[in-house]
Write a protein that binds this ligand. Structure first.
Ligand code: FAD
Length: 466
C-alpha cells in the first residue's frame, strides 16, 4: 500500500548494506511495507556460507549456494539492488557512500540496516592470507579448490619424495565447524573420489592435519560433541593437533608453537585458514561519528533494539553486531533482520495513519541449536530443550538433520533441487561433480592483490614527490 501522495522519490527510504543472511532477509521482510528499499552489496549474489566448504572440495558448484540477489528480489517492486562497496556511512547527513569500479555514489536514507558481516581474521598477520586462504567468499572457495586439487597434480609430477610429501600434506588451521568440515572433506576427497585416478601417487597417502591453539575440537559445541567429532576425524585418518599455535605461515609450510613452548615446522603446500573472524570495518566508521563502541572482534555493541547509540534509525545486525548470547550464526542474522523489519513496518504503518508507533521491545534471540558435519553420513548436533538442557547427538541421524535443515535454508527452489542432485552424486557414490579448476582460480586473486599493493605504493610515492 502506498503512502497517500507519496511518490517513489519522497517515500520513506530504507537502505540495507549487505546481501547475506541479514541483509537479504531484512529486504524480503519489508516487501509489503510502504517504504523504498535499496540494498547495496559488494557482490551480486546472496551467499550461503555454511556450504562454502562443499564448493572448495568439489561437491557442489558455486551457483548452487550463490543465487543472484537481483533475481531473488525481482518481484519485490519496492526493492532495488545496487552493486557497490560501501566505503563510508555519513551519520550526520544520513547518506551511504559506495564505490564501484572507480565511480563513487551516495545514497540517502531515512532508516539504515547495516549487515556487512565479518571477514577472516589472521590476528594481525594478514600476510598469512596469501599462503593460507580463508573461507569467506566464493573466490576463497574456488581458490582453495584450485590449490587442493593442484597439489595432487603437482605431486604426480614430482619425483622428489620430500616435495611430494609437502604437496600431499594439507593443513587446516582452526578446529571450529568450518575447519572440521574442510579437514573431513579433504580426507574423503583423497581416499574416495581421487582413488585410482593417479599413476605415480596414491592420493590416500595424503596427510590431512587439523590444528588449533585451543585444547578442543568444536569448542562452542561442548566437550561431548567435540570428542565425538575428533574421534570420527581420527578414524578417517585426519591428524588432530590441539594446543598448537600457528606462529608463521609461508609458501612451504607453517611454524607451530606447542603448549610446552616447542617450536616446530610442518612442511605443507596447501594450507586453509578457518581460525578467526573479524567484523566489517564499517563498525569503526560508526565509532568515529557516534558514541558507538566495538568489541575486540570489531563487532558493534548495539542497543537492545539493535540500533546504535544516538541513532535510533541506524541498525546493525548479524555478524557485525555484538549482542550478549547471540552467536555469529545464520540464525542470529535472520532473526535480527526480521526483528528490525518488524520495527520499520510498524513505524511505516504509524506514519501512514498519523499515529504513534508501538514502543520497541528489546530483541530476543531464539536458539535453534547448531550442527557440523564431520564426514559423509556423520555429523554432530546440539538442540536446546529449554531450562539450559540440551539434546546432543552425533552420527547418521545428526547428518540427516543437517542435510534437511540446510536444504530448507537454501534460497530458491532451483538451488535446492540442484544441490540435492549434487549431494546424491557425492553421497550415493564416491564421485564429485565439481572438480574443475583453473589457474586463475588458484592464484589470480593473490596476484591481483599484489598488483593493487604495488599500485598503492606507486601512488604514495608520487604523492610524496609532488
Ligand atoms: C565457512 C562458513 C561456514 C558457516 N557455517 C555456518 C553454519 O553451519 N551454520 C550457521 O548458522 N552459520 C554458519 N556460518 C555463519 C553464517 O554464515 C554467518 O553468521 C552469517 O552469514 C551472517 O550473516 P550476515 O548477514 O551478518 O553476514 P554475511 O552473510 O557475511 O553477509 C555480509 C554481506 O555484506 C556484504 N558486504 C560486506 N562488506 C561490504 C561493504 N563494505 N559494502 C557492501 N557490501 C558489503 C557482503 O558482500 C555480504 O553480502 C558460517 C560461516 C562461514 C564463513
Amino acid at each position: 500500500m502506498s503512502h497517500p501522495g507519496a511518490t517513489a522519490s519522497d517515500r520513506h527510504k530504507v537502505v540495507i548494506i549487505g546481501s547475506g543472511f541479514g541483509g537479504l532477509n531484512a529486504a524480503q521482510k519489508l516487501k509489503r511495507a510502504d517504504v523504498d528499499v535499496k540494498l547495496i552489496a559488494r557482490t551480486t549474489h546472496h551467499l550461503f556460507q555454511p556450504l562454502l566448504y562443499q564448493v572448495a572440495t568439489g561437491i557442489i558448484s558455486e551457483g548452487e549456494i550463490a543465487p543472484p540477489t537481483r533475481l531473488i528480489l525481482r518481484k519485490q517492486e519496492n526493492a532495488q539492488v545496487l552493486l557497490g562497496d560501501v566505503t563510508h556511512i555519513d551519520l550526520a547527513n544520513k547518506t551511504v557512500h559506495s564505490e564501484l569500479l572507480g565511480h563513487d555514489y551516495s545514497t540517502p536514507y531515512d532508516d539504515l540496516i547495516i549487515a556487512a558481516g565479518a571477514g577472516q581474521s589472521y590476528f594481525g598477520n594478514d600476510h598469512f592470507a596469501e599462503f593460507a586462504p580463508g573461507m569467506k567468499s566464493i573466490d576463497d572457495a574456488l581458490e582453495l579448490r584450485g590449490r587442493i586439487l593442484g597439489a595432487f597434480e603437482q605431486a604426480e609430477r614430482s619425483s622428489d619424495p620430500a616435495r611430494r610429501r609437502k604437496l600431499l600434506t594439507f593443513v587446516v588451521v582452526g578446529a571450529g565447524p568450518t575447519g572440521v568440515e574442510m579437514a573431513g572433506q579433504i580426507q574423503e576427497l583423497a581416499d574416495q573420489t581421487l582413488k585410482g585416478s593417479f599413476r605415480l601417487i596414491d592420493p590416500s597417502e595424503a596427510h590431512v592435519i587439523l590444528l588449533d591453539a585451543a585444547p578442543a575440537v568444536l569448542p562452542p559445541m561442548g566437550e561431548k560433541l567435540g570428542l565425538k567429532a575428533k574421534a570420527r576425524l581420527e578414524k578417517m585418518g585426519v591428524e588432530v593437533q590441539l594446543n598448537a599455535m600457528v606462529t608463521d605461515v609461508d609458501r612451504n609450510g607453517i611454524t607451530v608453537k606447542d603448549s610446552d613452548g616447542t617450536i616446530r615446522r610442518i612442511e605443507s603446500a596447501c594450507k586453509v585458514w578457518s581460525a578467526g573472524v573479524s567484523a566489517s570495518p564499517l563498525g569503526r566508521d560508526l565509532v568515529e561519528q557516534s558514541d558507538t563502541e566495538i568489541d575486540r572482534a570489531g563487532r558493534v555493541k548495539v542497543n537492545p533494539d539493535l540500533s546504535i547509540p544516538g541513532h535510533p534509525n541506524v541498525f546493525v545486525i548479524g555478524d557485525m553486531a555484538y549482542v550478549e548470547g547471540v552467536p555469529g550464526m545464520a540464525q542470529g542474522a535472520i532473526q535480527g533482520a526480521k526483528y528490525v523489519a518488524d520495527i520499520l513496518k510498524n513505524e511505516a504503518k504509524a506514519r501512514e495513519h498519523g499515529t504513534k508507533p508501538k514502543p520497541r521491545e528489546p530483541f530476543s534471540y531464539f536458539d535453534k541449536g547448531s550442527m557440523a558435519t564431520v564426514s559423509k553420513y556423520n555429523a554432530v548436533a546440539q538442540i536446546p530443550l529449554g531450562s539450559s538442557k540440551k539434546l546432543e547427538f552425533g552420527g547418521f541421524f545428526a547428518w540427516l538433520a543437517w542435510l534437511g535443515l540446510h536444504l530448507i535454508y537454501l534460497v530458491g527452489f532451483k538451488t535446492k533441487v540442484a544441490t540435492l542432485l549434487s549431494w546424491a552424486v557425492t553421497f550415493l557414490s564416491r564421485e564429485r561433480g565439481q572438480l574443475t579448476i583453473t589457474e586463475q582460480q588458484a592464484y589470480a586473486r593473490t596476484r591481483l592483490e599484489q598488483l593493487e599493493d604495488l599500485a598503492a605504493s606507486v601512488r604514495e610515492t608520487e604523492k610524496a614527490a609532488s
